[in-house]
Design a protein around this ligand. Structure first.
Ligand SMILES: *Cc1c(COP(=O)(O)O)cnc(C)c1O
Length: 412
């Protein structure tokens, strides 16, 4: 049996991930393999840690990727701090809030949830009052909820958690690299980023950072794998009065020893993905964080102007709109999947649907990282207009591109 050469179509990817990747990142991925303890490789590991601190705007000692998609980072942080019976508070405003509950429950936490209407976010005081009422060990929260296109403000919740002696863990998978995630200033104890979103690296890694408050909890549960531990390691383990972390793969106490000076073997680091992440982070820092955040907001403006000029309605509260995801209400009488399929097959443009109660109700247009470019915004608007006309939707023809171009010309 013979298979033809891999020949993937070229797409314009306007979804909330995975998104297009800068050719520089793809080139970095074809760099030769190095052994995991080769000084040439451990130097790359250290550089990635340094660049991650800059992107997370933190002085934390620990910032490294977990090998696995973004949810692996979420699971690693949560399972390393949760002991069975621990109280965790999870305010939910979309699908990914439920993912947090799912993971916490599996590790035996006593989960308390708080919900608000999808398409909105919480008043920070509401969450803070609930922290006071429940006194959880951990509050876990999504920053950018890609399922609803909303962004939760965090700046007051972090300081309140610190004051109330609660750990604050944040899923910033969608926002990191596209909007400010001020880890130290907002007093976030543990944060997870995603590679295939605004960092514009393929999926397969989850950069995380955590501070000494999290480290203290982890070190109280520290374990070294039997086959590589020393007598001292085992003696220390006997003196701990906390349970070991339930996962081997996601045990941050062991991962610290792999990413730290001890270089104790854990898994084999994902060589080519680390090259990709390094190049992706280098591109982010070359562009500059502020410039990159401004670029995401700038193209968002043009996209919104185009969508509204077409006569379509945005979904969700504008005051808390996630800059890199624009949700559009599907016009009545239009088959949402037929539109998406025509966009893909006639134009090579991909946009997303949503999950659960929003499935079939909205489209989600992502403008993340390398995909967040003028030509992509103009192309998705023109393609959407053409496809909607083909679906006999009631749109204002010829207006969308002009409105977007107006935004671009006004803000040169
Ligand atoms: C994409 C996303 C995830 C899950 O990411 P995977 O890489 O698919 O595991 C989690 N949280 C948020 C907010 C996301 O946008």
């Amino acid at each position: 049996m013979t298979y033809r050469d891999l020949n993937t179509p070229l797409r314009t990817i306007m979804t909330p991930g995975p998104v297009e990747v800068d050719p520089r990142v793809l080139r970095a991925m074809s760099t030769p393999i190095l052994g995991q303890f080769d000084p040439a490789f451990t130097a790359i590991m250290n550089e990635v840690m340094e660049m991650l601190r800059a992107v997370f705007q933190t002085k934390n000692k620990w910032a490294f990727p977990i090998d696995g998609t973004s949810r692996s980072g979420i699971e690693a942080l949560l399972c390393s701090v949760i002991e069975p019976g621990d109280k965790v508070l999870i305010p939910i405003f979309g699908r990914f809030g439920y993912l947090l509950t799912e993971i916490c429950e599996r590790y035996g936490a006593e989960v308390h949830t708080l919900e608000c209407k999808w398409g909105t976010v919480f008043e920070q005081s509401v969450i803070i009052d609930e922290i006071k009422r429940v006194s959880p060990k951990i509050t876990a929260l999504v920053h950018g909820e890609t399922s609803t296109g909303c962004m939760q403000p965090l700046d007051q919740i972090g300081p309140a958690c610190r004051e109330l002696d609660c750990l604050f863990i944040v899923d910033a998978v969608a926002t990191t690299g596209g909007a400010p995630v001020k880890v130290d200033e907002w007093c976030i104890d543990g944060v997870i980023a995603g590679t295939q979103k605004c960092l514009s690296v393929p999926s397969g890694m989850a950069p995380i950072t955590f501070n000494e408050r999290v480290e203290k909890v982890i070190n109280d549960r520290k374990k070294v794998e039997r086959g590589i531990s020393t007598v001292e390691d085992r003696l220390k383990e006997q003196q701990l009065n906390h349970t070991f972390i339930k996962s081997n793969y996601f045990d941050l106490s062991m991962l610290q020893d792999y990413w730290g000076p001890r270089r104790l073997n854990h898994h084999t680091e994902a060589t080519s993905m680390l090259y990709a992440l390094r190049e992706g982070l280098r591109i982010v820092l070359e562009e500059g964080l502020e410039e990159r955040f401004n670029r995401h907001s700038y193209h968002e403006l043009a996209l919104i102007a185009g969508i509204e000029a077409m006569g379509l309605e945005l979904y969700g509260n504008r005051d808390c709109k996630l800059p890199m995801v624009t949700c559009v209400t599907v016009p009545t009488g239009v088959d949402p999947e037929s539109v998406r399929s025509m966009l893909l097959h006639e134009f090579g443009v991909e946009i997303a649907s949503s999950f659960g109660p929003l499935h079939g109700k909205i489209w989600r247009i992502g403008s993340m990282g390398y995909s967040c470019r003028k030509e992509n915004i103009l192309f998705v608007l023109s393609a959407l207009e053409a496809v909607l006309i083909r679906h006999r939707a009631n749109v204002n023809t010829g207006r969308a591109l002009q409105a977007a171009l107006d935004v671009y010309q006004e803000n040169l």
